[in-house]
Ligand binder design. Structure first.
Ligand SMILES: [Fe+2]
Length: 298
């Protein structure tokens, strides 16, 4: 098994108010603003130049989901595979600073990805600031009309590994080289980004995020609970642009692609939906409704 994707890269949004969106993420979750260029605000939780960016645009949309490739040769290999499949390439230059090579494209299931060389590690490891200051951006969760098309694309073209699935392939989870249970997850729906997620240091950090939301007259959307697939403790809230943000701690790490076999979770219509919450409380009605469309496929 040859991995081309090392780990989660970044998420790039457009929004009418980049400064407001960046401030919200900084104050609630605790990312730091690392750069501002041409109205775009870049944020990171760690040494990387950026993990999230907000650029000016008429509406809130997703410009790209960034997946960090193993190296430049892996970016080249992805580009070669895309061309051989006749998949439209939007750009072969990185969207933002801090990356040497990138290829941005529309996946056949409607999501826009940017596979890029590692983002420059040019920031201090820790920073002073508000929020719970996570370790890193952790994963994205997409909606796609055909989840089996997603499975084929992510595993065959991008070299990702299937970690878990539900029995009817309603939900699927994929990992990269770093072994975290999922970097990309998908469930059935119109092509949208449902949520992006951060890896926090401790359970206490999730309480801090909930308390901060209350101070802003807002509230969690769901949680806390513990996912079955991934084993992480989670909470969710909705950001000012209408995208869901997950905060997570303790995601399973799969240490051997050779020894691990993807699990299959049964979906039932009861509280015992342990695949989605081991602790039992189901998601609220309409939990899967929010999401942001992809700008390039409008
Ligand atoms: Fe998630």
């Amino acid at each position: 098994m040859t991995h081309l994707i090392r780990q989660m890269g970044h998420v790039a949004f457009t929004t009418p108010d980049p400064e407001g969106s960046a401030r919200d993420l900084a104050e609630i979750v605790g990312l730091k603003v690392t750069d501002r260029r041409d109205g775009t605000v870049y944020l990171s939780a760690n040494q990387r130049h950026h993990e999230v960016s907000f650029r000016p645009g008429p509406r809130a949309e997703v410009l790209a989901i960034g997946l960090e490739a193993m190296d430049a040769a892996a970016v080249d290999e992805v580009q070669r595979r895309l061309r051989s499949e006749g998949i439209e390439i939007l750009d072969d230059r990185p969207l933002g600073p801090g990356m040497e090579r990138a290829v941005r494209f529309v996946a056949p299931f409607g999501a826009v990805f940017e596979v890029h060389t590692p983002v420059a590690r040019d920031q201090a490891r820790r920073h002073v600031g508000p929020g719970s200051r996570p370790k890193r951006i952790e994963h994205v969760n997409l909606k796609a009309p055909d989840t089996l098309l997603v499975r084929d694309f992510l595993t065959r073209l991008l070299g990702m590994q299937l970690s878990d699935r539900t029995a009817g392939d309603e939900f699927l989870w994929f990992r990269g080289w770093d072994g975290y249970h999922h970097t990309v997850a998908v469930f059935r729906g119109e092509p949208q980004l449902h949520h992006y997620a951060f890896d926090l240091h401790a359970l206490e950090d999730l309480a801090g995020i909930a308390d901060t939301l209350v101070l802003k007259d807002r509230a969690l959307l769901w949680g806390p609970g513990r996912h079955g697939a991934g084993g992480n403790v989670f909470t969710y809230y909705v950001d000012p642009d209408g995208c869901v943000v997950e905060n997570s701690t303790g995601m399973d790490r799969i240490d051997s692609d050779l020894l691990y076999e993807a699990r299959t979770w049964e979906i039932s219509a009861t509280l015992a939906d342990r695949w989605i919450n081991q602790w039992g409380s189901p998601p609220p009605a309409g939990f899967t409704d929010p999401g942001l469309p992809f700008a390039a496929v409008r």
